[in-house]
Design a binder for this molecule. Structure first.
Ligand code: GLY
Length: 348
């Protein structure tokens, strides 16, 4: 199972991790932002002496076959062998693309993830989903391959901007909804305007624990892992619409709005308690605002959901809840209920 290290000192923990593994060459993958902002934090790290840097363009627009090919080339030119290792230092784009490059180069080299955003700490860097976008579809090509180790550094938590903190927190809220009422209530009490970082650190560890327990039972998403798609069927449609209209939103914002949608469906179709839905919706509205769209967008949103890769046999698959922690997989909703769900998101 993937080792997770919660680290006050990533240099020290990286040194221990690297020393415990025979590897002939080390590579450090960053994007142009994490190269400037995060790579210097590892500068004094003797374990990285002689390591080669590979730097790619930042943002989802670079999560492409061309970038992947450039990483493979850089590994080849740098003399990487099957006994080499890659450190992926960045957000979800770097850990997804880097993980896929490592999973495929010479049929797989080992890699370490050092996530630098809250979103990648609690989601992307953990659990082994790697990949790239292809033909306009997000994460269309990829592989399940876990990094050996994830080093979660609290140093990066404190430097996160307001929007990226909220974006990652939406995945934590999702994990809380999949857990129990006490964890969910704790997440709703958290003040995202004035984050208590010490408390957040503990919550991040618990949140990663929720994901790991689910992934351990179903690493290849045959059943239970679909629970982690809560909020994502509607969320991905909203994210895709925003992208198509050149007004992209951060993934976690779309997930937060997707949670509102899917809690509404949970209430309507699975008897999820209305008061708990209301409290969650109020939290999302307070910190994530509203997504600007009208009923003219419903057909397009429906179309995006129909083409979601999580579907089977042409029907839209939702993960819903009968209560907090009471998970219902492979749920379906009719077009009328889906329209009502979008009405609810717009009007509350
Ligand atoms: N991001 C959901 C999963 O890893 O399954």
């Amino acid at each position: 199972m993937q080792e997770i290290i919660f680290s006050e000192d990533p240099c020290r923990d990286l040194a221990t991790t690297v020393a415990g593994n025979d590897c002939d060459r080390l590579f450090i993958l960053t994007d142009e932002h994490t190269y400037l902002l995060c790579r210097p934090l590892l500068n004094g790290c003797a374990a990285l002496d002689g390591a080669r840097d590979i730097t790619i363009g930042a943002s989802d627009a670079n999560k492409t076959l061309d970038t992947l090919s450039a990483v493979w080339s850089a590994l080849g030119e740098g003399g990487a062998t099957r006994h080499s290792r890659m450190i992926c230092l960045g957000g979800g784009m770097v850990t997804d693309l880097g993980g896929f490059a490592a999973a495929t180069f010479k049929r797989g080299i080992s890699f370490i993830n050092i996530p630098t955003t809250l979103l990648s700490m609690v989601d992307a860097a953990v659990g082994g989903k790697t990949g790239i976008n292809f033909n306009g579809l997000k994460n269309e090509i990829g592989a399940f391959r876990e990094s050996d180790t994830v080093i979660v550094s609290t140093q990066f938590l404190r430097t996160l901007d307001h929007e990226n903190l909220r974006s990652g927190y939406a995945e934590m809220l999702k994990h809380a909804l999949l857990s129990d009422t006490e964890t969910w209530a704790e997440h709703l009490r958290f003040d995202l305007d004035a984050p208590d970082y010490r408390r957040l650190q503990g919550m991040v560890a618990e949140s990663i624990g929720v994901k790991r327990r689910i992934v351990a039972k179903d690493p290849h998403e045959k059943g239970l892992r679909k629970a982690l798609n809560l909020g994502h069927t509607a969320g991905h449609a909203l994210e895709s619409l925003a992208l198509e209209e050149n007004r992209p939103v951060l993934h976690g914002y779309a997930v937060a709005w997707g949670l509102v949608c899917e809690l509404y469906l949970s209430c309507l179709l699975q008897g999820f308690p209305a008061e708990k839905m209301r409290q969650t919706v109020n939290f999302v509205r307070r910190y994530y605002g509203v997504f600007d769209f009208s009923c003219k967008h419903y057909d397009r949103l429906y179309d995006f959901m129909l083409h979601d890769k999580k579907n089977t046999a042409g029907s839209i698959n939702f993960t819903l809840l009968a209560d907090i922690g009471d998970i219902r997989l492979n749920c379906h909703a009719g077009r009328k209920d889906i329209d009502a769900m979008f009405d609810f998101l717009r009007e509350g």
